[in-house]
Design a protein around this ligand. Structure first.
Ligand code: FMN
Length: 161
């Protein structure tokens, strides 16, 4: 069967996901971040997570060099931030509140959960690079609702406004 890339993208989009902003630091120690829904939990012991980065992404090299990243799971209040961090070559950080923990990667205020990670291993993922990280610190805010992504659109958990 020949797989058409457009149809494949649409088919993949039928898997409803949450949305994250994955942050790190560039070579000058400046914060960087990308919107990513490729996040997945991997292992409890050791505590491992993964996300993947498009080989064409501006931020790829910085993620490879810094060997650390933070996963921020977005709440419904962070849709604007999701849009902002999904664009290349914009000032993503003006007015964004964050703190830093062990790795120094930005932990975004108002996230549902955050995981501060050291890169454990990277893998070839075709036109993406897969980053597996070991979680060193985390936080959770159970009062917030998750921002969801389904068939190319934002969504919310059914029954929640
Ligand atoms: C909902 C959503 C999910 C995304 N997931 C990913 C992802 O998992 N990996 C990726 O490389 N890009 C993903 N992107 C696209 C990046 O956010 C986008 O290419 C961004 O410009 C990357 O930042 P950079 O150009 O500063 O590297 C996603 C975009 C959206 C809107």
């Amino acid at each position: 069967m020949t797989i058409d890339t457009k149809e494949l993208r649409f088919a993949f989009g039928n898997f409803a996901t949450g949305i994250t902003i994955v942050t790190s630091l560039d070579a000058d120690g400046e914060p960087l971040g990308i919107t990513a829904n490729s996040f997945s939990s991997v292992s409890l012991d050791p505590p491992l997570v993964l996300f993947s980065v498009d080989r064409g992404a501006y931020s790829l090299e910085a993620f490879q060099i810094s060997r650390r990243f933070a996963i921020n799971i977005l709440s419904t209040d962070q849709e604007d931030m999701s849009n902002r961090f999904a664009k290349a070559s914009v000032d993503k950080w003006s007015g964004v509140d964050f703190e830093t923990w062990e790795t120094g990667c930005p932990i975004l205020t108002g996230s549902l959960a955050s995981f501060d990670c050291r890169t454990w291993q990277t893998y070839d993922g075709g036109d993406h690079v897969i980053f597996v990280g070991e979680v060193e610190q985390m936080s959770l805010n159970t009062d917030l609702e998750p921002l969801l992504f389904f068939r190319g659109r934002y969504d919310r958990v059914l029954g929640k406004s």
